[in-house]
Design a binder for this molecule. Structure first.
Ligand code: NAI
Length: 338
């Protein structure tokens, strides 16, 4: 008898429910048995339960240790705190892991990109400590701790070491933020000493953005604090076809939440236009995390076959298919391959 995996599922809002439905259908077509514990979060949850993150959702992640999550809209310049940031802080999901790789057959700005962006997920400016000092003057606090900087550096080097990655660059602005980013660099340098086989370098964030666009191949694995990681992830997504493609994993000692880099894309929501590939690739990372490597390989192969065939692709990558039709094509490719 195969195991049933109980997974917390947060479809989110905007394009979230569409891409989540597509991905759940593909995952179920692998033959693995899933028991989805499904929860709303954000404005939708508040309407239903009077809470932006229902207590039952927290309890479900505590029990299952694994969640698959669609994007959740965060109000801009006002309103409730980001659900994503809150969940990452609550479960200490300190490492945001984002592999950036081309899919076969898809023409993009750069071919053969193979980058890993590792973003610290719980500190920096995202601690959300903002206040008005006097009318017209506000402060946003950037909090960096030795513990937080060291654990993300250790994560990055351990990953590079075990996955045969050759180089790590720590990305910073320590020329200006000498104390906070200075601490980050000191921690990275200390951890780097334990990994002589991984070449260690440091680049300033603004130069990094230019260098990435000029020549992304000069980098291998990038490690950085929260805000820089947020921005650099979207920039790198553009190399391989955009936000519809790039996956992510939020990892901690007790739990893992798998979600795409992209947001709720209100401009295309509810119209069967969204590309579910980014969430699907996040789900592939999830399958590996729950020791379903063979199923992960089958989904990956079906996804690659669908792209290589250049049909049934969504509009963001030059096709004409909808979200559902794309999912159908991946399922068909998987069934043909088995
Ligand atoms: P966004 O990532 O939602 O959209 C940026 C652009 O990429 C849009 O043109 C959109 O149509 C396109 N796009 C994104 N995902 C796509 C997909 N799967 N297929 C095809 N096209 C796609 O970023 P935006 O507009 O800045 O943010 C919208 C909302 O999402 C905000 O409230 C933001 O706070 C939230 N957000 C949530 C995240 C999460 O839940 N993890 C992450 C990032 C943003």
């Amino acid at each position: 008898m195969s195991t049933t995996h109980t997974i917390t599922l947060i479809p989110g809002d905007g394009i979230g429910p569409e891409v989540t439905d597509a991905v759940v259908r593909i995952l179920e077509a692998t033959g693995i048995r899933f028991n989805w514990e499904r929860f709303a979060a954000g404005a939708g949850a508040f309407e239903q339960h009077g809470e932006y993150i229902p207590k039952e959702l927290y309890a479900s992640i505590e029990r299952n240790h694994v969640a698959l999550k669609g994007p959740v809209t965060t109000p801009i310049g006002e309103g409730f705190s980001s659900i994503n940031v809150t969940l990452r802080q609550k479960f200490e999901l300190f490492a945001n892991f984002r592999p950036i790789k081309n899919l076969p057959g898809l023409e993009t700005r750069y071919p053969n990109v193979d980058l890993i962006v590792i973003r610290e997920n719980t500190e920096g400016l995202y601690v959300g400590l903002e206040h008005e000092v006097v009318p017209g003057v506000v402060e946003s606090l950037k909090v960096m701790t030795e513990k937080g900087c060291t654990r993300i550096a250790k994560f990055a080097f351990a990953y590079a070491h075990t996955h045969g990655r050759k180089k790590i660059h720590a990305i910073h602005k320590a020329n200006i933020m000498k104390m906070s980013d200075g601490l980050f660099l000191r921690c990275c340098r200390e951890v780097a000493k334990g990994y002589p086989s991984v070449t260690y370098g440091e680049h300033i964030i603004d130069n990094t953005c230019m260098q990435l666009v000029m020549n992304p191949y000069q980098y291998d694995t990038l490690v950085m604090e929260n805000l820089y990681g947020d921005i650099v992830s979207d920039l790198c997504a553009a190399f391989v076809g955009g936000l519809g493609l790039v996956p992510g994993a939020n990892l901690g000692a007790e739990a893992a939440i798998f979600e795409a880099v992209h947001g709720s894309a209100p401009d295309i929501a509810g119209r069967d236009l969204a590309n579910p590939t980014a969430l699907l690739q996040s789900a592939i990372l999830m399958l590996r995390h729950i020791d379903e490597g063979a199923a992960a390989d089958r989904v990956q192969a079906a996804l690659e076959k669908t792209y290589a065939a250049k049909k049934s692709l969504t509009r963001d990558v030059g096709g004409t298919a909808g979200t559902r039709a794309f999912a159908d094509a991946v399922i068909e490719a998987m069934q043909q391959g088995s």
